[in-house]
Each structure stands twice: as structure tokens, then as C-alpha cells.
Ligand binder design. Structure first.
Ligand SMILES: [Zn+2]
Length: 67
């Protein structure tokens, strides 16, 4: 499986994206001091954009939120 790498626009951390991450999917920067939410906006070439913090609350997919 070919892992593709993209740089976080905020902190320049190199992030590995698995092939099953599709366009429109949200990923979180692997840099713990950054943690920026990013959306995959293109695969050819690989591009991500920063998702504003407020927007992440509107996303239907809420992992581990059973509180
Ligand atoms: Zn980052």
C-alpha cells in the first residue's frame, strides 16, 4: 500500500495519508502541539486545507463522543 505524505499548512509537519482517506475526509495533524483539523480537498495532487475550529463541531461524524 502506498502511503502519501502531505505537509500540515500550519506547522509543516509531514503527515502520512493512507490510500483509503478520501476527498472531503477530515484528518487531524499528527503533531500534538498543533492538532489542526484538516480536510483532504484533492488527491492529484494531494492537497489539504485547514478546517476552522468552529466548523469541526458541525460535522456529523463525532468519534468517541458518547458523553
Ligand atoms: Zn500541524
Amino acid at each position: 500500500m502506498k502511503v502519501e505524505v502531505v505537509k500540515c499548512p500550519t506547522c509543516r509537519q509531514r503527515l502520512a495519508l493512507m490510500p483509503y482517506v478520501t476527498e472531503g475526509a477530515l484528518v487531524v495533524c499528527a503533531n500534538l502541539r498543533c492538532g489542526t483539523s484538516l480536510r483532504l480537498v484533492g488527491r492529484h495532487p494531494l492537497r489539504v486545507e485547514v478546517v476552522p475550529e468552529a466548523e469541526t463541531y458541525k460535522v456529523d461524524y463525532r468519534p468517541e463522543s458518547y458523553g
